[in-house]
Design a protein around this ligand. Sequence first.
Ligand SMILES: *Cc1c(COP(=O)(O)O)cnc(C)c1O
Length: 488
Amino acid sequence: MTEPTIFELSSPGRKGVTFPKSDVPETKVPQNLARTILPMPEVSEIDVIRHFTRLSQLNYCIDTGFYPLGSCTMKYNPKINEVAARLPGIANVHPLQPEVTVQGNLALMYELQQWLLEISGFAGITMQPAAGAHGEYVGILIIRAYHLSRGDKQRTKMLIPDSAHGTNPASSSMSGFDVVKVATDENGNVDLDSLRSVCDDKVAGLMLTNPNTLGLFEQQVQEVAQIVHEAGGLVYGDGANLNALLGIVRPGDLGIDVMHFNLHKTFSTPHGGGGPGSGPVGVVEKLIDFLPFPVVEMLEPATAELPPYFGLVKPLHSIGRIKSFNGHFGMMVRAYTYINMYGGNGLRRIGENAVLNANYLMSLVKDTYKLAYDRSCMHEFVVEGHWADAPDIHALDIAKRLMDYNFHPPTNYFPLIVPEALMIEPTETESKQSLDDFANALLQIAKEAKENPQLLKDAPHNTPIGRLDEVKAAKDLVLCCWIPENYQ
Ligand SMILES: *Cc1c(COP(=O)(O)O)cnc(C)c1O
């Protein structure tokens, strides 16, 4: 059997490096250490550079184009964040180093904790969770620990509005709660009657996203919180959409008891592609003792001679450790840099411009794409991607066709309560020009849908590969074409 060609660029004898002549005697590799030699491509340095550069250019990313992926806040990640994260004292630090040798790093974490508390209006915070969904899980465990600590053992229900992100019911049921759905009213708010009808002494809490995933501010948020509190439950805030409130509203002032932040959304640390995120969780005073450990605290304040001393502590009734070491420190450095660069007023302008951009874009397309709820929006809005006079066209076809115009598709088929949903979040980092270009593409596609629907059905046409069977691509992933028979 001839070996299949696994490296198309390989050419026998071609090399990328030349080793200097050996100046030590040759020895045989001991049998127990010898492994099958893996086939390696024979290529020159420029072959390698071109190969990987070309591959990197097949990726669509925020650095190459507009990325209006609703609920994901794909804002530009300022490069200064990366400079900070690569400073040797930050990039090369080891999590097992003695506390006294990492005081600067702990100070950074501490200061970031203080800033997040100031931004959100909470009393305590953990930086541990690895991402938003992990933060939800931690927050729900804190709610559970709180009720159990009071001997309130019958609270088994977690209330979740039907517009919620899928991670909300997932985190709740992973924590052992029964998920109970709450309806949305005709204005896109939590339906108060529906909420009242499920509130009783079995309610552990409600998971609320504000602005909700329809991009709308919950107009009765304080009433919602009051109803849940009167039933003895706590209110969890899904803070993934904090971008819209930044510097304007503090969730802690709205009746939220525990909330996760998404540093990788609101605070511009990169995300997507399975890279690390960071989902700190803020809590009100009465939940501080349940936070996971370790938490960074200032153990000794600064004196005239000495800087403050920071340490890692375990809260009194901690739910335990939920992440190795101290969480994703590199993400914290990036968020710290971002907040430091903008300052309080800058953060407020981020929130204002995120909302302005979304409303501007919405106004350009709303006569062509039906709005799910015709209200001014917050940082994002949801339209229906279908028309009566183009019956074969679905949101998916519009999303795919946008790729031909070199735009990343919006989130689609979410939230679940909007048929053929297209959820569009421009973020504050886009210019009027790019919003206009995107709106024009959407309007053009609406026209194509009626005049030449097949063009949308076959899209994308200009991408490296055409339309995928997405289920098969996810379930039947082939990453390696050939493994040598004697590979161990
Ligand atoms: C992104 C998001 C989450 C989950 O955050 P991850 O970091 O992706 O786990 C939860 N809720 C909402 C509304 C989100 O947009």
